[in-house]
Design a protein around this ligand. Structure first.
Ligand SMILES: *[C@@H]1O[C@H](CO)[C@@H](O)[C@H](O)[C@H]1NC(C)=O
Ligand SMILES: *[C@@H]1O[C@H](CO)[C@@H](O)[C@H](O)[C@H]1NC(C)=O
Ligand SMILES: *[C@@H]1O[C@H](CO)[C@@H](O)[C@H](O)[C@H]1NC(C)=O
Ligand SMILES: *[C@@H]1O[C@H](CO)[C@@H](O)[C@H](O)[C@H]1NC(C)=O
Ligand SMILES: *[C@@H]1O[C@H](CO)[C@@H](O)[C@H](O)[C@H]1NC(C)=O
Ligand SMILES: *[C@@H]1O[C@H](CO)[C@@H](O)[C@H](O)[C@H]1NC(C)=O
Length: 548
């Protein structure tokens, strides 16, 4: 690969010379004061929306709400009262605002425009929690708190409907037997094949097949799929006759939500799809709601590796398709990760990365130490943002890494745009360096034992940034290095006096809501690396990835 040359002019370099090498494997929250940590936890909306805006996904909200389980009941029909969260009370306005926010997302090219005010977002979060409580209350009344699972053997041996609505991240139904799908009607029918008498499983459940169910506004961007099941005697369902018959299972998922953001595409769709569809070894039909042509094109390598068939646009599909088995909803465990004990196939994030490597025909499984005595140079890819959180002195930074001994690939937005091509570039490298942002998601393409370094912008964001990218790095089989920009390394110092809360009390800015946090700390700063400090960190990494 070519060593890319940086053409950008450099701006004023930082004068700060404080040597402060970044700690390694610093995933801990220790650097964050208790108060700061509490602020993140108590203001889930902050992280929640930051996440939507190109970078900071949310891991704190789940912990807040896990005490509520949504229970889905079976036999008594009360199941029908439980709908997927995010349907009832989020206002259209929120959905529109967030959609606008989303439209502005391009994880690699630039930063989104913060449109939603923190108040609106807060409302969404509050509504979500209230609904969870209501549902829990409702179900508690029914005295079935432990009955997590709908498992209705619909009269006949052939048809079976199993739903789990108690996962934190998603609702899922798996149907087997006589299952018919009419995409245009947004409906999946589970038909009992038996002539037995009617049983009350003819109910209706709905699922938005996007695994971020605690985020109401996000879920508004995913179409609701209705699942209707009935006994043979039920006249109200009248399942339409099949006009096409498939002999492989189907997996229904949405490319709505925040799928245009690379972090979200991988966290919310690619990994969950792998969890759900990989086991069929290609013999599976992917069916897409909120079909995004662009998304399907961009992730074609992944889709082709998962399925032997072209994906079907559910919403436009007027065919009534019959499948032996259908999954509605895909299995998500955490941000940018897999929890093996939750995966019924026991998949790990390493397995997922091996899968990606095969999907993109990437050559290097492992990053092996380079022998520097014999003149080897480990390769380092530096992600260069352009709009915000950009390096003002990127040429010096690249030069410093090169001086230390790396062969540097400088990757601006243009380089990152062609995903397959960039996957190859990343895979050819041993180290990835970038400022917090969706681009860091490209670490999934690094060879095992590679090193991912996250530069955290000024603003008390260490813990949040770690929880998004740092936490999952060991599961990827990578090493993590963190570098937190100091007050001397942010361009905010050209805008705010040093006695301003931006410097003296960043958490107070977080507390003003997402709008301010975004405007100041995420969209409002570039990073002027202290080259001496940066060089020191580069030297340490270099030592760790080379031998003599
Ligand atoms: C479920 O909804 C139906 C009709 O919407 C209502 O009659 C019934 O009481 C509800 N069940 C529960 C348990 O709330
Ligand atoms: C449904 O999901 C919940 C929450 O993760 C889990 O505890 C439960 O075991 C699941 N039910 C089944 C039958 O898998
Ligand atoms: C089942 O279907 C019958 C009509 O076939 C309807 O009267 C009944 O309300 C349905 N039960 C449920 C729980 O929806
Ligand atoms: C990966 O890194 C570990 C720890 O540094 C090392 O023990 C192991 O040999 C490395 N594996 C390969 C294939 O280089
Ligand atoms: C590194 O290269 C030098 C010179 O080619 C050689 O003498 C040395 O044994 C190599 N080191 C390792 C660990 O392979
Ligand atoms: C950051 O740098 C980019 C590219 O030079 C520039 O367009 C943008 O205005 C800068 N942003 C801030 C907040 O300084």
């Amino acid at each position: 690969m070519e060593l890319a040359k940086i053409g950008a002019s450099t701006r004023a370099a930082a004068a700060g010379c404080e040597m402060n090498p970044a700690g390694r494997n610093e995933g801990s929250k220790k650097a964050m004061s208790g108060w700061a940590l509490a602020a993140w936890l108590l203001l889930p909306l902050v992280v929640l929306v930051v996440l939507k805006t190109d970078c900071l996904p949310q891991v704190t909200v789940p912990q807040l709400f896990t005490q509520f389980s949504i229970t889905q009941l079976a036999a008594d029909g009360s199941a029908h009262n439980v709908t997927s969260s995010g349907t009832e009370s989020a206002t259209q306005r929120e959905a529109v605002d967030i959609a606008r926010l989303n439209a502005a997302h391009d994880p690699v090219v630039g930063a989104p425009t913060p449109a939603a005010s923190s108040d609106e977002t807060a409302a969404g979060v509050v509504d979500a929690s209230r609904d969870l409580k209501n549902q829990t209350g409702l179900l508690a009344v029914n005295g079935e708190r432990d009955g997590f699972w709908v498992n209705s053997d619909v009269a006949a041996p052939r048809s079976k409907l199993s739903c789990n609505f108690s996962f934190y991240r998603m609702n899922i139904c798996v149907m087997e037997g006589d299952v018919r799908m009419h995409g245009k009607a947004g409906t999946v029918y589970v038909v009992s094949a038996s002539d037995d008498s009617y049983r009350p499983e003819n109910g209706t459940v709905t699922i938005r097949p996007y695994p971020r169910k605690w985020e109401k506004p996000t879920m508004q961007m995913a179409r609701e799929v209705t699942i209707r099941s009935s006994g043979p005697g039920a006249t109200d369902m009248a399942p339409p006759p099949c006009t096409a018959t498939h002999d492989v299972p189907a997996v229904v998922f949405s490319t709505g939500g925040y799928s245009s953001n690379f972090f979200h595409a991988v966290t919310d769709i690619v990994i969950p799809l792998y969890n759900t569809a990989r086991e069929y070894d290609g013999r599976v039909q992917l069916v897409v709601t909120d079909y995004s042509r662009k998304w399907i094109a961009k992730y074609r390598h992944v889709l082709a590796a998962l399925s032997d068939y072209p994906a079907i646009d559910f919403d436009a599909d007027d065919t009534v398709r019959c499948f032996p088995k259908v999954h509605v909803g895909i299995e998500s465990h955490k941000e940018l990760g897999i929890i093996p004990v939750l995966s019924h196939k026991g998949y790990t994030l390493m397995d997922f990365r091996d899968f990606l490597r095969s999907a993109y025909s990437l050559k290097r499984a492992w990053s092996t130490p380079v022998n520097r005595t014999s003149g080897g140079r480990p390769r380092l890819v530096m992600l260069l943002r352009r709009h915000s959180r950009a390096f003002t002195n990127e040429a010096e930074a690249v030069a410093a890494a090169a001086e230390v001994g790396f062969e540097v690939v400088a990757a601006g937005p243009e380089a990152v745009r062609d995903m397959a091509q960039f996957a190859e570039v990343v895979n050819s490298c041993d180290v990835m360096v970038g400022v917090h942002g969706a681009g860091l998601t490209n670490m999934v393409f690094l060879p095992h034992n590679g090193t991912a370094m996250q530069i955290i912008p000024w603003g008390e964001m260490k813990w949040a940034c770690w929880s998004i990218f740092g936490e999952t790095v060991p599961d990827m089989g990578l090493r993590y290095v963190e570098y937190e920009a100091t007050a001397e390394e942010t361009t905010l110092k050209d805008v705010y006096p040093r006695d301003h809360p931006v410097f003296t009390n960043p958490i107070s800015i977080h507390k003003q809501g997402f709008g301010q946090l975004w405007k100041i700390f995420l969209d409002g700063q570039n990073v002027t690396l202290d080259i001496n400090r940066f060089r020191g960190v580069m030297q340490q990494i270099y030592k760790d990835v080379t031998i003599t």
